[in-house]
Design a protein around this ligand. Structure first.
Ligand SMILES: NC(=O)c1ccc[n+]([C@@H]2O[C@H](COP(=O)([O-])OP(=O)(O)OC[C@H]3O[C@@H](n4cnc5c(N)ncnc54)[C@H](OP(=O)(O)O)[C@@H]3O)[C@@H](O)[C@H]2O)c1
Length: 326
């Protein structure tokens, strides 16, 4: 089968099209013919080894000490079940599905296997395969923290910093679905986009600083790494929580966090992701509450161009690779 592979860390041109063996499903696995996948900031980090401040060594430990352990990137996909293992009961040949191998990658290819009880779910009928491919990366990053850890409730005021990116566009929609009144922070070019996905107010960070504007929020979600706790402290209401999606090692380790007496909390670290999260995201999509934002679409063979665009750090929502048509 065709796949996009890389064998050394570096710039976008380290990825290239290659012929690799087609996987064979085990008894408990489904074989998916991939129609669409994405290039995410997860792919960017695994390809470039550019890590948040303090996490440099961890990058090589996670992705491979002397070179990439997994030569095929791609954290998420959507496609059609082509074959099922002998013990599979939840999926049948011909089912439309989406899946999130996440840090196991392997989606920038014509085929991938997934265990039937893993991160795979039926595709929402009202989404295209391109949209379904983009349901998981941003959605799973914020669903658990916002719904189960922070427990957003109706009427909470939520600020999403970096509201126009892959994670931010998911955070705006999911927070709103949970009942929050959402403010988004982004650059001028993305104000209309962020408003269109449900933010009742948008702060253009090139003209106004959320931290000093005098307003305050119950929850601040930082996907941009620009809102460490000391900067947010006054913008958090009493009992407020800062959810750190992108932060330095020092931040994640707790340096600069609030004292217990302040009643404010910082939530950081890699969120726990479960198959139930995919089913919930699919239900939200079917109900019209969550629709992945698609920015650019590239054919699989142009993956290096897609990587170069993701590297800019300025994408709006998600970048898609089309692999095949139905
Ligand atoms: N903790 C986790 O488990 C986890 C999971 C997924 C991702 N992440 C990390 O989260 C980060 C964001 O991921 P992503 O996929 O959403 O990235 P992305 O799609 O590239 O979006 C980044 C966004 O940041 C915005 N931005 C840049 N400078 C800003 C500023 N000064 N203030 C506010 N917003 C600013 C950009 O919007 P404008 O163009 O409008 O400025 C852009 O839309 C990445 O570093 C990624 O590694 C962490």
């Amino acid at each position: 089968m065709k796949a996009i592979v890389y064998h050394r860390y570096g710039a976008p041109d380290v990825v290239s099209l290659a012929e690799v063996p087609k996987p064979v499903p085990r008894d408990n696995e489904v074989l998916i013919r991939i129609l669409a996948t994405t290039v995410t900031t997860g792919d960017w980090r695994a390809r470039s080894l550019k890590m948040p401040v303090g996490f440099g060594v961890l990058g090589r430990l996670v992705f491979g000490l002397f070179g990439p352990r997994q030569p095929i990137l791609g954290t998420e996909l959507a496609g059609i079940v082509e074959a099922v293992g002998r013990s599979v009961t939840r999926f049948s040949v011909g089912d439309a599905v989406f899946a999130f191998p996440g840090g196991a990658f392997g989606s920038h290819a014509e085929y991938r296997t997934m265990p039937e009880d893993g991160m795979i779910a039926h595709k929402p009928a009202n989404l295209s395969f391109e949209e379904a491919a983009a349901l998981s990366f941003g959605g799973t990053t914020v669903l658990g923290p916002l719904r189960d850890t922070v427990r957003i409730k109706a009427g909470d005021r939520v600020l999403v910093v970096g509201a126009s990116g892959g994670v931010g566009t998911a955070a705006v929609q999911i927070a709103k679905h949970l009942g929050a009144d959402v403010t988004g922070v982004c650059s001028t070019a993305n104000v209309a986009l962020v408003r269109s996905i449900g933010a009742s107010r948008v702060i253009d960070y090139t003209v106004e600083d959320f931290a000093t504007c005098g307003d305050n929020w119950d929850v601040i979600v930082d996907t941009s790494g620009t809102a460490p706790f000391p900067r947010c402290e006054r913008a958090l209401r009493p009992g407020g929580r800062l959810v750190v999606i992108l932060g330095s090692l020092a931040q994640v380790a707790g340096i600069g966090r609030p004292s217990k007496a302040s009643g404010k909390h910082v939530i950081a670290g890699v969120p726990k992701i479960l198959p139930e999260h995919l089913r919930t995201l699919a239900e939200m999509a079917e109900a019209g509450a969550y629709r992945p934002v698609i920015d650019r679409v590239y054919p699989l063979a142009h993956a290096a161009e897609a990587h170069a665009y993701v590297d800019t750090g300025r994408k709006r929502g998600n970048v898609i690779l089309t692999v095949a048509s139905r």
